[in-house]
Design a protein around this ligand. Structure first.
Ligand code: CP
Ligand code: NVA
Length: 300
């Protein structure tokens, strides 16, 4: 494993190895043990979109591992003025030991990895969000003990989250269902892959998808960069909401996860959100542990 560009690049074993290390790092941190696994290593963090969790968890994570994080906004970098990614990659590879990139096009992180010579971590693109899903898988295993026999259901936009979740769920042996409106399906190639490699179901009906689910997941109706589509999306996604009715269709004791930020009253009701706040904020915390594990695997 040289980079984390998308979850599909990782084998089931690689995913489980990261999750095991993440559990260990969480245990160590909870017991006040901070080992400098990445002493003196420098991580660049390029952000072309906003972030609360990704930025703070990566910066805190590299610091806790004995390294140093540089926050690099596209407003300040020459990238924002048109310097090509292939040049930026070759320059930053001379200074840094790893880079995390949050941007729009998946091609940009792929190109950075191609032209640079340091590990690249995808911190979200329009296509996928692998770091988030590693934290999600960690949270599910923590609460349910294992992935065996579980069903995950995603309600809403077939976006970056849905694309990564279906890969993560299927690779770890869970069944996956998605309820999304016509025209908002996940990536067609990933749908084909999911059908061929696991138990996968896609429907326009939320309760059908949620039936007997052990994990219900949702995300915003309009992602970063889609602000101009907000009104159309509000119409298209009306009814694609995780609420008490949907929870009735799921298995008893089903978890609710949300990558955050959440829009109460849109993709999730305030009641359901608050009833599952412990799970959702454990999930947010686990970003830190999962990403520390990823950095250790890639940058050590
Ligand atoms: N879930 C997530 O990636 O959050 P941020 O956008 O705050 O980083
Ligand atoms: N789908 C959301 C996820 C945010 C973490 C977005 O891309 O804005």
């Amino acid at each position: 494993m040289k980079h984390l560009l998308k979850l599909g690049d990782l084998s089931r074993e690689e995913i489980l190895t990261i999750l095991n290390l993440a559990d260990q790092l969480k245990y160590e941190r909870q017991n006040g043990i901070f080992r400098p696994y990445l002493k003196g290593k420098k991580l660049g963090m390029i952000f072309q979109k906003s972030s609360t969790r990704t930025r703070v968890s990566f910066e805190t994570g590299i610091y806790e591992l004995g390294g140093y994080g540089l926050f690099l906004s596209n407003h300040d970098l020459q990238i924002g003025r048109g310097e090509p990614v292939e040049d930026t990659a070759r320059v930053l590879s001379r200074y840094l030991d790893g880079v995390m990139i949050r941007t729009f096009a998946q091609k940009e992180v792929e190109d950075f990895a191609k032209y640079g010579s340091i590990p690249v971590i995808n911190g979200l693109t329009d296509y996928c969000h692998p770091c988030q899903v590693l934290a999600d898988l960690m949270t599910i295993r923590e609460r349910k003990g294992s992935f065996k026999g579980l069903k995950m259901c995603f309600v809403g936009d077939g976006n970056n989250m849905a694309n990564s979740l279906m890969v993560g769920a299927i690779k770890t042996g869970m069944a996956f269902s998605i309820a999304c409106p016509k025209g908002y399906e996940p990536d067609a190639e990933l749908v084909k892959w999911a059908k061929e490699n696991g138990e996968f179901m896609m429907t326009e009906d939320v309760e059908t998808a949620a039936h007997a689910a052990d994990v219900i997941y949702t995300d915003v109706w309009a992602s970063m960069g889609q602000e101009g589509e907000k009104e159309n999306r509000e119409k298209a996604f009306k009814g694609y909401q995780v609420n008490a009715e949907v929870m009735k269709a799921a298995n008893e004791g089903a978890m609710v996860l949300h990558c955050l930020p959440a829009h109460r009253g849109e993709e999730i009701t305030a009641d359901v959100f608050e009833a599952h706040a412990d799970e959702i904020f454990d999930e947010a915390e686990n970003r830190l542990h999962a990403q520390k594990a990823v950095m250790c695997k890639l940058m050590k």
